[in-house]
Design a protein around this ligand. Structure first.
Ligand SMILES: *[C@@H]1O[C@H](CO)[C@@H](O)[C@H](O)[C@H]1NC(C)=O
Length: 370
């Protein structure tokens, strides 16, 4: 090979390496948001910044309406033999759960439980934002530090999912001198938080709303915990408002940037131990298996992201449809092997979420309409 050719190849390789390096280390700029948009219907109005106490009290006509819909004859196909949850929500299990919901589940009793913590609403950027507050219970314990914590739910969850963990966060625990003052907001469009009337509401916009909420409550600096959408919102808040966020904890982590993706692919090609440690191999490889699992389990996401109003028509019309759609996720996302069980694990004694609690969550999705 001639010297000139070799020099040219070296230049091309160096240029490529430089470009790849640039891509891997590129840090995108902080997005710029309109500091005071109006997400409510119509034209912007003066914001009412009052923090109003709120009690969960679903009107009797809505409770009756649900009862009527649950009492309609079920139109559910017979599941394929031995399919269990592998084709989605198993209809035999769904029938059992709808029967329980209709006959045994007592909304008014559950509502009382949900009102155990005080709830509030306050208007931010044109939307009524709901939050629940679980105050720190220090008692006469000395040397205990109280810190504010914003606890953010995701889909298909709601503030309902935190009731069992709140006492652990708000009271002094063995070996810890920190307790939390917990604020559980509902993401706009979830639970009792008003939905946006305008297009363009995403996790970044929600981050700004939640920062305003914490500031309105008097917290300039606070901690964050988030799961699912909550983790994405919490991560965005920590990135956009580092001066306000003391710490962030998430129980779902999504990374999709050039560097980690490149590592993932290189790790698949190179022997174990070079990029991905021997003991971590099973978590990410074989890629084919992991990707097909991801595709298998995320159809809902594509549907909701692209045609939300189409699936919305089915879910808003029938509590049976809504329960099927949400419960399937609680089964598979509790344990991936639960798709092999006839009841998806949902009715097993050791399922970590009681059926009443699962139905509380579905009721919040059902009752808060519009
Ligand atoms: C479904 O459950 C039945 C009964 O437990 C079991 O025999 C069958 O193998 C399961 N099907 C799958 C796909 O796991």
């Amino acid at each position: 090979m001639g010297a000139i050719k070799r020099v040219l190849i070296a230049i091309v390789v160096a240029g490529l390496a430089y470009k790849i390096g640039e891509k891997i280390t590129f840090i995108p700029p902080i997005p710029h948001l309109d500091p005071s948009p109006w997400w409510g219907p119509g034209n912007p109005q003066t914001e009412d910044t009052a923090i109003r106490p709120f009690k969960i009290r679903i009107p009797a006509k809505d409770v009756e309406d649900l009862q009527i819909r649950l009492g309609l004859p079920l139109r559910l196909t017979t599941p394929l033999e031995n399919a269990n949850f592998t084709y989605g929500m198993n209809h035999d299990t769904l029938k059992d759960i709808i029967g329980y919901w209709r006959k045994s589940y007592d909304w008014r009793a559950r509502e009382k439980r949900l009102n155990r913590y005080p709830h509030y609403k306050t208007q931010i950027e044109g939307l009524d934002i709901h939050f629940m507050r679980a105050s720190a219970q220090v008692g006469d314990r000395k040397g205990v530090k109280v810190v504010p914590l914003l606890l953010i739910h995701g889909w298909p969850g709601s503030f309902v999912e935190f009731y069992n963990i709140l006492p652990l966060l708000t009271t002094p625990q063995d070996g810890s001198s920190v307790v939390f003052e917990v604020i559980c907001p509902s993401i706009p469009g979830y639970g009792f938080s008003q939905r946006s009337s305008k297009q363009g509401m995403g996790h970044l916009e929600t981050s700004q709303i939640f920062l305003k909420l914490m500031k309105r409550l008097g917290y300039e600096k606070f901690y964050l915990q988030g799961g699912d959408w909550g983790s994405i919102i919490a991560t965005a808040m920590a990135t956009m408002y580092p001066e306000n966020v003391l710490g962030v904890h998430v129980n779902m982590i999504a990374i999709n940037s050039a560097g980690p993706n490149m590592k993932l692919i290189l790790g698949a090609l190179l022997p174990a131990g070079i990029i991905v440690a021997e003991e971590d191999q099973h978590k990410v490889y074989p890629l084919k298996e992991k990707f097909s699992y991801l595709i298998q389990e995320t159809g809902y996401m594509h549907l909701q992201a692209s045609k939300p109003d189409t699936i919305g028509a089915a879910l808003d019309q029938s509590p049976v449809s809504l329960a099927a759609y949400i419960l399937e996720k609680f089964s598979t996302w509790t344990h991936i092997d639960y798709i092999r069980l006839p009841d998806g694990g949902l009715l097993q004694k050791n399922f970590p979420i009681a059926l009443d609690e699962l139905l509380d969550n579905i009721c919040i999705y059902w009752y808060v309409f519009e």
